[in-house]
Write a protein that binds this ligand. Structure first.
Ligand code: SF4
Length: 415
């Protein structure tokens, strides 16, 4: 167990290196990023195998989010979010330029989104929004949140637009409930806001030829022509302001933004900057991801307390076969989904996370107790979140139509 000196530094290194994975599944579900040669694959649908994030940095050609840049964010923001402190956001594109722009007074803006499906959001879905909200608060910038309510229909994941309709409002409320500034946040759904976006979308679409789109997204003869046009609509919000857009998202979304980076200069706009995160583990193990269609892998935002308990008590852990063995050998938090969830969302205090790590490693903490505490924290979080959703209902019109930014955006034209 040890061989690490000092013990605290070693624990921190281990804790920080194994923390976090997130997936922001708001863009095309067909981005193809597969590294089977390396024994793992990363696509928007699944993460298989043990992901080598250093290798991903190399393969994607992105930059590592190193201590210097993290420190600089902390200095400018007056502190660091734990998702940054713990290396959950681990790579980037042009983040240094975003901070240069901020320091020079040119500013920047944030862009993110969520494609509603025919099932509720789960906990992993909100992680990038948590980071986005934090960035908005610290840097006092505008946030644009696209709700592509046509995407699942065009991708033939649902049979009708009506099928996703009940989830559109719910998803918007779940996002708004995280506390975005109603005067600096614009939430819009594609089928409603299309009239303002269309002129910009056709200018984007003209610059992307089919072979490029096919290579990036894996389109084939069965792909609907709607889906082929759809990337243009995803790029339009990066043109909303003549400032650098910053997108906090999962590493699997990076190929999509390479297209934007190719064409942005020709439209007289900035290339998108990205802050890229790891993927959140599904409850079934470190090599799985959360999926609403596989309920045992995820906690849905509408799961009642007894369902949360059942799922967490059945989660994959790094515990030993018996209590006796656990006391003698200690657990293995590095592969434990329960520990992972503490680190990503349910333990803000680094010192306490480290204490948990060592209590597990030294056999002082048993899995039953550890899981029950997580159940309580998740249920407290969900209860609070539902109360926030209720409050967000009253402000929904501000985010979508009447807030300062929303009003401006309903008159927006791309020039
Ligand atoms: Fe995981 Fe907690 Fe068990 Fe350790 S004690 S293996 S952290 S559930």
């Amino acid at each position: 167990m040890s061989g690490c000196a000092p013990k605290g530094a070693c624990a921190r290194a281990l804790v920080l290196s194994q923390i976090g994975r997130v997936i922001l599944k708001f863009f095309l579900p067909v981005v193809v990023v597969v590294f089977m040669e390396s024994g793992y694959s990363v696509t928007p649908w699944e993460a298989r195998g043990k992901i080598d994030y250093d290798k991903l940095i190399e393969e994607f050609g992105v930059e590592k989010l190193g201590p210097e840049l993290v420190e600089r964010i902390g200095r400018l923001a007056g502190g660091l979010h734990w998702l940054l402190r713990r290396g959950f956001f681990f790579a980037h594109r042009d983040l240094g330029l975003v901070l240069d722009d901020y320091e020079a007074g040119r500013g920047f803006f944030l862009y993110t989104g969520r494609a509603p499906s025919n099932s509720p959001m789960h906990i992993a879905h909100i992680v990038p929004f948590v980071a986005t909200r934090w960035l908005q608060e610290k840097f006092n910038v505008n946030v644009y949140i696209e709700i592509p309510d046509e995407e699942k229909f065009l991708a033939k994941k649902v049979e009708s637009l009506d099928e996703v309709e009940p989830y559109v409002r719910q998803d918007i409320l779940n996002i708004a409930a995280l506390g975005f500034d109603p005067d600096r946040t614009f939430i819009f759904r594609d089928t409603e806001y299309i009239s303002r976006m269309y002129r910009a979308a056709v200018r984007v679409a003209r610059l992307i030829n089919f072979s490029t789109a096919k290579a990036v997204f894996g389109f084939d003869g069965e792909t609907s022509i709607g889906l082929i046009f759809y990337p243009a609509l995803q790029i339009v919000p990066t043109l909303f302001e003549n400032k650098r857009p910053l997108i906090p998202c999962g590493i699997d979304q990076d190929p999509y933004f390479r297209l934007q980076r190719d064409i942005a200069p020709r439209l007289g706009r900035y290339k998108t900057a990205e802050m890229l995160s790891k993927l959140v583990w599904g409850l079934t193990g470190p090599e799985t991801k959360m999926s609403a269609s596989q309920p045992e892998t995820a906690i849905l935002l509408n799961d009642p307390p007894d369902v949360v308990k059942k799922k967490i008590m059945n989660a994959y852990t790094g515990g030993r076969a018996t209590i006796e063995e656990q006391r003698r050998l200690g657990g293995v938090p590095e592969v434990c989904t329960v520990f992972h969830w503490y680190s990503v969302l349910f333990e803000e205090d680094d010192k306490k996370l480290e204490e948990r790590y060592w209590a597990c490693k030294t056999g002082k903490l048993m899995c039953g107790e550890c899981k029950l505490e997580l159940v309580q924290r998740i249920n407290r979080f969900l209860e609070q979140h539902r109360a926030n959703v209720k409050r967000a209902e009253e402000k929904l019109h501000l985010y979508m139509y009447d807030g300062k930014l929303a009003q401006e955006m309903w008159n927006w034209e791309f020039r």
